[in-house]
Design a protein around this ligand. Structure first.
Ligand code: MTE
Ligand code: HPA
Ligand code: MOS
Length: 743
């Protein structure tokens, strides 16, 4: 099936927030934010801003009728700073003016006095000062002490990964329109319509039913709009309520980059023990997460780091502790993989370190430890339909991995100023929100009298193709043409209490609810019409095709006063988790895969090009093959960017240096791999996956980790003295230093 959005996107007709027609008398808002990462506010000179041309109002924390609080998990984040600031870019006030330019100009006139204090930027320093967001968590399996005492080899080290800017093409924004009786309708570029609704209700001090949130689509989210879209929507709503006029607030790119949180940087310690057959006998790790100034989603991200600490491997003796450290960066947040990639990097670094020291390819250790059916994950879930080995073998055989490696050796013998490197990256990612209650969704289906169908779910389209998948689910389940189905906007008055579109679970959760609603409608029609069956737009009775059309049948059903609407709720069965024991069955299933990454490093310049990435991926039975392939390619390239070129930099005062597209580089088509090949595993998908089509949004990002290790291997081919440092991103600067490092 074609992507339902394709035509609109290529003709420019698709609507994003900024394309929505504005109502007469709409006001425009802009944010005054902190120029300082930490300190007491000594003076707020806002009179000049207030008196600037076109300014209608200037709102601060004193103008909040409800709570000045936007924290989702922990209530530790004010919407507007009160008497101190905790990060550079923290909102202090909102200027509302007749035009956007006037609002921005007024912001520039604000004078904020702050008595600066030394900001905390390093998570290890934060923990020494006792600055933790939540108590640490420890996952444990077996007995690591016993594991290490039976190890032949033990290695220890440090692994570090940097932040990552989401760089959704559409920046954060919202448009709030006051309706009658205190009702406010917010159009928001959010992955979490209910999060926006709940937060707006809290800040405005009104019940949730007075806030309606509507989402057409997002120009990308990547996790950055799971919780952090709320702030801007709430500000717009606050102003709209106060001024009784529509208010629009859209961040400029540099404001967005400065004010919003990013992927969490991590620094971690590891210790790995192996026996003489390269079996990992024990693994220990401590993860220090740089959470930023408020909790945001950090505790949930931290949890997923622990869930993915062993990646695709079975490790019988395991102990890991994760610390969420409060610093003076903007609160870091969800980003594709949600802490999983940070955890997987550490185990892969530990394996790479052991492999180098033992003089064996990392693949020897990786393959020896792949998880099998019946093995236990550290959190107590038993691996079922474990495709780790199948993915590994498929990649090996389909792409002739041995041949690739032999060619690379020959190349490296023949070339002195360029070297090639190779790495394999297995991935195992758990599907479900790690917080069990979030694994629920609703759908609402209307069949209109003319046989056309309207579908509403809680799913938000952000480029990942969920709208197309929802249309496919409805069309397949009702057995009618996809052309009859219209997917409505995501709206909290049609589908309430939605979980954010996140955790790669959107199609599964909302698709299952939609499937249930469609089955109920189908059954109702069958009951009304003597057991008819709908087969691909035809109406069959007792095994014979009738002359009736779908449209005629619907018309008759209406005249017979049969309900043609249905709402359904789905909650993922079987999953559970006990946080007090850190054991349970948190995931509906796992997605597996293996990537083979080949890179060429220019040993004069330190630059590099990815020759190819060849992937064996666990699709299940794909509902929309092209969309899933697009997700794999996009996720991979985003992962490679995080590992090799995207460098989020703050100065010692906590000010963002990589604050524009000129100083923050994401992969473009030239830095994407020359070839990307994807082979599906020949296995059927699990039942909790919608139509057995496995979730695909996040797992492929982690194939990008292979890029880091491939570059390291190329560097070692050039400079045998290089002692690998497990510090990502492996930028050209770091590559060049490594190429010429002397022992
Ligand atoms: N793909 C595009 N094009 N744009 C996005 O914003 N977000 C990613 C992934 N793929 C994203 C994307 C993230 S972080 C997640 S969790 C999933 O899509 C969410 O959608 P899904 O649950 O439908 O996979
Ligand atoms: N993944 C993504 N987003 C989330 C999760 C998760 O597991 N939990 C809460 N938000
Ligand atoms: Mo994705 S990080 O779960 O929005």
């Amino acid at each position: 099936m074609k992507n339902v959005d394709a035509a609109g996107h290529v003709t420019g007709k698709s609507l994003y927030l900024d394309d929505l027609p504005v109502i007469e008398r709409t006001l425009h808002a802009a944010v005054i934010d902190s120029p300082c990462a930490r300190g007491k506010i000594t003076a707020l000179h806002l009179d000049e801003s207030r008196a600037a041309p076109g300014v209608v109002a200037l709102l601060t924390c004193r103008d909040i009728p409800g709570e000045n609080e936007v924290g989702g998990i922990v209530h530790d984040e004010p919407l507007f700073a009160v008497d101190e600031v905790d990060f550079c870019g923290q909102p202090i006030a909102l200027v509302v003016a007749e035009t956007e330019a006037q609002a921005r100009h007024a912001c520039s006139l604000a004078k904020i006095g702050i008595a600066p204090e030394t900001p905390l930027l390093d998570p290890r320093e934060a923990i020494q000062k006792g600055e933790l967001i939540v108590p640490p968590r420890t996952f444990e399996l077996g007995d690591t002490q016993a594991g290490f005492s039976s190890s032949t080899h033990i290695f220890e080290g440090v692994a570090e990964t940097g932040g990552q800017e989401h760089l959704y093409i559409e920046t954060q924004g919202a448009y709030a329109v006051p309706m009658e009786s205190g009702h406010i309708r917010i159009s928001s570029s959010t992955q979490g319509p209910t999060a926006v609704q709940r937060t707006a209700a809290r800040v405005l001090g009104v019940p949730m039913h007075l806030i309606e949130v509507d989402v057409t689509r997002l120009g990308g989210g990547f996790g950055g709009k799971e919780d952090q879209a709320s702030h801007w929507a709430v500000m717009a709503a606050l102003a709209a309520r106060k001024l009784r006029r529509p208010v629009k607030l859209v961040l400029h790119r540099m404001d967005d980059m400065r004010m919003t949180g990013k992927r969490h940087p991590y620094t971690s310690d590891f210790k790995i023990g192996l026996d003489e057959n390269y079996k990992i006998t024990a693994f220990e790790a401590d993860y220090y997460q740089n959470a930023g100034a408020a909790a945001d989603l950090s505790p949930a991200v931290l949890e997923r780091t622990l869930f993915h600490a062993t990646n695709s491997y079975y490790i019988p003796n395991f102990r890991a502790t994760a610390y969420s450290c409060r610093t003076n960066l903007p609160p870091n947040t969800a980003f594709r993989g949600f802490g999983g990639p940070q955890g997987m990097f550490v185990i892969e670094a530990a394996i790479a370190k052991a492999a180098i020291a033992l003089g064996v390819p990392a693949a020897t250790i990786q393959e020896a430890n792949l998880i099998n059916n019946g093995d236990e994950f550290p959190y107590g879930q038993i691996a079922k339909q474990a495709n780790a080995r199948r993915a590994w073998k498929t990649a090996d055989t389909v792409y002739c991995a041995e041949k690739i490696e032999a060619e690379i050796s020959r190349y490296n013998e023949a070339h002195t100023t360029t070297k090639k490197g190779f790495a394999r990256m297995p991935v195992c990612f758990g599907i479900s929100f790690t917080k069990t209650p979030m694994n629920q969704a609703r759908a609402l289906v209307h069949i209109y009298q003319d046989g056309s169908v309207g579908v509403s779910t809680g799913a938000v389209e952000m480029g990942q193709g969920v709208n197309t998948k929802m249309v496919a689910v409805a069309a397949q389940t009702l057995s009618i043409n996809p052309g009859r189905i219209k997917l409505e906007t995501t709206n909290t008055t049609r589908v309430a209490n939605t979980s954010p579109s996140a955790a790669s679970a959107t199609a599964d959760l909302n698709g299952k609810a939609l499937e249930k609603a469609c089955i109920a409608l189908k059954n109702r029609l069958a009951k009304e019409f003597d057991g008819i069956e709908i087969r691909n737009e035809e109406i069959w009775l007792n095994g014979k095709k009738t002359s009736q059309t779908w449209q005629e049948m619907i018309e008759t059903a209406y005249l017979n006063r049969v309900s043609l609407s249905e709402s359904a709720h789905y909650a993922t069965p079987l999953i559970h988790y006990d946080k007090t024991k850190e054991k349970g069955h948190p995931f509906a299933y796992h997605v597996y895969g293996t990537a083979l990454v080949t890179v060429t490093v220019d040993c004069v310049r330190g630059s590099y090009e990815f020759d190819s990435v060849k992937i064996a991926h666990d699709f299940g039975d794909p509902l929309c093959d092209q969309i899933d392939r697009g997700q794999i390619e996009g996720g991979l390239v985003q992962g490679l960017g995080w590992m090799t070129m995207e460098e989020v930099l703050y100065n010692p005062e906590g000010k963002l240096l990589s604050n524009a597209l000129s100083t923050y580089k994401i992969p473009d088509i030239y830095s994407a791999p020359k070839t990307i090949e994807i082979t599906p595993l020949e296995v059927s998908g699990p039942k909790p996956a919608i139509k057995k089509s496995k979730a695909v949004g996040e797992p492929p990002l982690m194939y990008g980790l292979g890029g880091f290790f491939a570059i390291q291997n190329a560097i070692r081919a050039f400079n045998p003295d290089y002692t690998p440092q497990f510090t990502a991103p492996m930028t050209p600067e770091r590559v060049l230093l490594a190429l010429y490092e002397k022992e």
